[in-house]
Ligand binder design. Structure first.
Ligand code: PYC
Length: 354
């Protein structure tokens, strides 16, 4: 059950938009000050003390099953222009690619951050520093390319027993979050044969089986661990794309974009298996036909793992300014979710009558 909202009326100033179809809500005022020397430490502070803000802004009635976004913070030091805390329906991701593309677009189009270097914004995130370049024309940001954190294949060919599906062999790869990547095989014919309903039904089972099989831990940051996302892959439909995918996150969300951290994890998997080399184009298509253009920028090592540094490009659109109030007198004011653990209101609320 959701804990109550702290006393008083809380106001959050947000910019709403989407990147390649997936929602981006950027909070530019009203969020709490956080403690910690890094965004990773501040993420831990937020999760422990301020998670009600995420639930209020991401869950119903202000959000929905796939809502995601970020809170904008000032730079922590001179190494970057601004800092981001990612919030989404299921928690605080270490990194989110589609949100990064959206945030850079909104910040530049609305002049909210003055880049120290024209055409580039460097952002501190819980997963590490992200450098993003953007192409601007006539006051609009046409494309953002972000260079992601080192990404790697954490475990290859993990055998899972998935109820209703049978054996599935998956790779576990990191691209800012840990993904179970499912490629076509005996018990999975490919994305063309999987309906959105089946993605929603099967993905939690795959994730549960992956979690039972192993817990990947980031070699340099133990606060990042565990499989959170499932990626279903398949043949592209778009003539320019090299692959198509659907990423499942939260409890009921299918990414409408090609997924930035998912694409990074996919590149790391393909690189580790000798199927993609640095500089080669990998255009990734989403379930709704939107595209991200990715490539491997460099090969490196991450602890004991061979790794890559991927970059991912895409475009975003701002569609509204949204001043949201959270009023403790509203019995559903803290937000609720039908699917997320602890998502139901503390006491029955009488809807409009309450
Ligand atoms: O773009 O990294 C991403 C992402 C993660 C979850 C949804 N989108």
């Amino acid at each position: 059950m959701t804990p109550p909202v702290p006393p008083g009326r809380h106001t959050f100033v947000c910019l709403d938009g989407h990147t390649a179809g997936n929602p981006v809500r950027l909070v530019i005022a009203g969020a709490p000050s956080l403690h910690g020397a890094t965004m990773s430490a501040r993420r831990a502070d937020f999760i422990q003390n301020w998670d009600w803000v995420r639930r209020a802004l991401m869950w119903e009635p202000r959000g929905h099953d796939l809502m995601s976004g970020a809170i904008l913070y000032p730079a922590l030091d001179e190494s970057h222009d601004a800092a981001l805390l990612f919030i989404e329906v299921d928690g605080c991701l270490p990194m989110c690619g589609h949100v990064t593309i959206g945030v850079v677009t909104f910040l530049i189009e609305k002049g909210l951050v003055a880049p120290r270097e024209p055409g580039r914004l460097v952002l501190a995130t819980p997963a590490g520093l992200i450098s993003a370049t953007y192409r601007e024309e006539g006051g609009r940001v046409r494309e953002v390319r972000f260079v992601n954190v080192p990404s790697y294949l954490a475990a290859a060919e993990v055998k899972l027993d998935v109820p209703g599906l049978g054996e599935l062999v998956v790779d576990i790869a990191y691209g800012g979050n840990f993904y179970a990547i499912v490629e076509p095989q005996k018990n999975y014919a490919g994305l063309d044969q999987l309906s959105p309903e089946e993605i929603l039904r099967l993905s939690p089972l795959v994730r549960r089986a992956a979690r039972a099989a192993l817990t990947p831990v980031h070699p340099e940051d133990p606060t990042i661990s565990g499989v959170t996302h499932v990626m279903w892959t398949g043949a592209p439909r778009h003539p320019r794309a090299q692959g198509r995918n659907a990423v499942f996150y939260g409890e009921r969300a299918i990414d409408r974009s090609p997924c930035g951290t998912g694409t990074s994890a996919r590149l790391a998997q393909l690189a580790a298996k000798g199927r993609l080399r640095p500089g080669e184009a990998f255009i990734h298509e989403s379930l709704i036909g939107t595209l991200f253009a990715a490539r491997i920028e460099e090969e490196l090592r991450l602890g004991p793992y061979p790794a890559i540094r991927p970059s991912v490009a895409g475009s975003a659109h701002l569609f509204g300014f949204n001043t949201l109030f959270v009023d403790p007198a509203d019995p559903l004011g803290g937000g609720f979710s039908l699917w997320e653990p602890g998502g139901l209101p503390a006491s029955p609320a009488g809807g409009g009558a309450a």
